[in-house]
Design a binder for this molecule. Structure first.
Ligand code: GLU
Length: 464
């Protein structure tokens, strides 16, 4: 049974890298009929906030990455960690260390001065036949893991290949602080073990923790999970993705008018591929996803491609859903969405031309609010030769059948009667009706308005 987990530290929003890790962990569990677990690593109490927990959950909900178990909060599992520490102390795989922080500093300085790698000197580490110093009275010890002294710790990373670290490189890790609280790597180990995690899929910023975690798991007699460390995501400019790049929070993409399916599809291809497939559903992704096709090199963010995917998914989305997604965006701008024209009809007409829901809202807004076409647009398009044709068209509009084909026929008739080219009439119509020079097919745009509104907007633009 495959069991994966997503284990964010709630110190900020769900960022793009975290969302991709969550997506891959989720998809891997789905692919294998396994379980996906959400674990909140909130032991850094100074930096963890309930708002950040909520932001992570909101982000996952928006993307539809549903967990099967959890969320488990590490702060609620302190007793478990402490119990395992006691167990390790009893088994001799961990020990009390009374070296004070000051002594450690001094130790490290001396080592550095002698050109050595700074490390704990093992004073309190029990060895067969070694007599340990007497603990200083009243001192609170830390607990250290008794790391193997020699040999190597190795794993076949499912993304990076085989990785081997000499144990001589690893210090005896502090697993509990002097106040008894367990440290980060230790909590991860206990959780991965007790939650029966089979595949740890996470960012490669954790690759240095893995040998330590494996050693502790082995000391506990736990099954060591398989590890897949995902390479980092770079910004459009090839630099490490950061706030400088604008939207790094997943919910920022919501705000900016992206569809979750576009973001998911985009993230799925960020470091993973299936032949040259670019557009696919999450159901398809969950059938295809494997760890063999994850690239070990860094993935580069490409906003243009995300926009292209979003435009694709917007076109595929039915008009009613688009209306439901755009309505709150308009309302947030203070726009009252009236009955006519129907927002779904507007969405149907404009969805071919927009890349985001916000662009769709921009297009829809002009149908519901008073518009004031810019003077320069009017000057450019309301030419003297257009005015009589426009007057004629307005007259015809009063009793034409209110549907795009009939309105289109009226436009054609009018321009030919006045010996004009189509844009001569179409452009002022666009500008007077929407305030914009670019619109979908002008007959369809006219037909969206109630007849009286169209007449009023056109009339208003006519010279007195
Ligand atoms: N809590 C860690 C983070 O947010 C992830 C730990 C893990 O996946 O092992 O970076």
């Amino acid at each position: 049974m495959v069991r994966t987990r997503f284990a964010p530290s709630p110190t900020g929003f769900l960022h793009i890298g975290g969302a991709r890790t969550a997506l891959f962990s989720w998809a891997y569990a789905r692919r294998h009929g396994g379980q996906f677990i959400l674990r909140i690593e909130d032991t850094d109490v100074a930096r963890s906030t309930p708002e950040a927990v909520q932001a992570i959950i909101d982000g996952m909900n928006w993307l539809g990455l549903a967990h099967d178990e959890g969320p488990f909060y590490q702060m609620q599992r302190m007793d478990r960690y402490k119990a395992v520490i006691q167990q390790m102390l009893a088994a001799g795989t961990a020990y009390h260390c009374y070296t004070t922080p000051e002594e450690l500093d001094r130790m490290r300085e001396e080592q550095r001065a002698r050109g050595l790698k700074p490390r704990y000197d093992g004073t309190w580490r029990p060895e067969p036949g070694k007599t340990l110093p007497t603990p200083p009275a009243g001192a609170q010890p830390v607990v250290r893991f008794r790391n193997p002294l020699d040999g190597v710790v190795a794993w076949d990373d499912l993304v990076k290949g085989r990785i081997e670290i000499a144990n001589a490189e690893l210090d005896d890790l502090v697993i509990a602080r002097a106040d008894g609280t367990p440290t980060y790597n230790f909590c991860v180990v206990v959780d991965d073990w007790e939650m029966g995690i089979t595949h740890v899929i996470r960012g490669d910023d954790h690759v240095n923790n893995t040998p330590r975690q494996i050693n502790i798991l082995q000391a506990l007699g736990a099954q060591v999970p398989l590890y897949a460390h995902l390479s980092m995501i770079l910004g459009d400019d090839g630099q490490k993705l950061s706030k400088r790049h604008g939207a790094v929070s997943v919910m920022q993409y919501f705000d900016d008018g992206y569809l979750p399916e576009a973001v998911l599809n985009y993230l799925a291809r960020l470091g993973w591929s299936h032949g040259d497939a670019e557009i696919f559903s999450m159901a398809q992704f969950c059938e295809w996803f494997d760890l063999d096709h994850i690239t070990p090199s860094a993935a580069q963010f490409n906003t243009e491609k995300l926009n292209w995917l979003n435009a694709h998914y917007l076109k595929q989305t039915d008009n009613e859903r688009l209306a439901a997604l755009v309505r709150p965006r308009l309302e947030a701008r203070g726009v009252t969405v009236g009955e006519t024209p129907s927002l779904a009809a507007i969405a149907g007409l404009y969805k071919e031309r927009v890349a985001t829901l916000n662009e769709l809202a921009d297009a829809a807004e002009v149908f519901y609010i008073g518009i004031h076409p810019a003077a320069e647009l009017l000057a450019q398009h309301l030419s003297p030769e257009a005015v009589p044709a426009l007057a004629d068209f307005i007259a015809g509009l009063r009793d034409v059948a209110w549907e795009a084909p009939a309105i289109g026929a009226l436009i054609k008739e009018t321009v030919s009667r006045h010996g004009l080219k189509m844009p001569k009439l179409a452009m002022p119509l666009r500008v007077l009706l929407t305030g914009q020079a670019q619109t979908p097919s002008v007959d369809a745009v006219v037909a969206l308005f109630p007849r009286e509104t169209a007449l009023a907007r056109l009339q208003r633009g006519m010279p007195d």
